[in-house]
Write a protein that binds this ligand. Structure first.
Ligand SMILES: [Zn+2]
Length: 149
């Protein structure tokens, strides 16, 4: 799907109605499909994830990936808290936290502590890539439909 950069920038803006419109259709499947991780990771992640309602006033305080270390400092597990996906904003929080979770998952059993700066950069890049890919695929279709109607 091709689109000129100006059209893309307009589509990609968060306050854009198109972003809101296509965002309503986002599901967890879209997020999982974006990451080419294997089933073993998703199974593991599901057993470690709590989903909360983003309308809860303090919801933002809880989102995150919380590593567990055993008594010898080995990364032994994690807890993941994300919002239920209802729009682009909540989908992006899932993308962000799942990227962090995958980084930890790759180092389970090691004395691993993420470099916070690099880790945030990688998670932020994943958000950008996801929203671009999603908007490019769904936004163009949505635009076409609006033009036809
Ligand atoms: Zn983060």
């Amino acid at each position: 799907m091709f689109m000129d950069i100006d059209t893309f920038s307009k589509l990609h803006a968060f306050d854009n109605p198109i972003m809101n419109e296509v965002g309503k259709e986002i599901t967890l499947d879209n997020v999982e499909a974006f990451f080419a991780y294997d089933d073993a990771f998703w199974h593991y992640l599901k057993s470690k994830t709590s989903k909360i309602d983003s309308h809860h006033p303090n919801a933002r305080c809880f989102y995150g990936v919380y590593p567990d270390y055993d008594s010898s400092g080995i990364l032994s597990g994690m807890s993941v808290v994300v919002p239920i996906i209802i729009d682009m904003a909540t989908a992006l929080i899932n993308v962000h936290e799942f990227r962090h979770a995958f980084e930890l998952y790759e180092h389970l059993g090691e004395p691993y502590h993420p470099n916070v700066e690099i880790s945030e950069q990688i998670a932020g890049d994943a958000e950008t890539a996801f929203s671009k890919q999603y908007v490019l695929s769904k936004g163009s279709k949505w635009l076409e439909e609006q033009t036809l109607n």
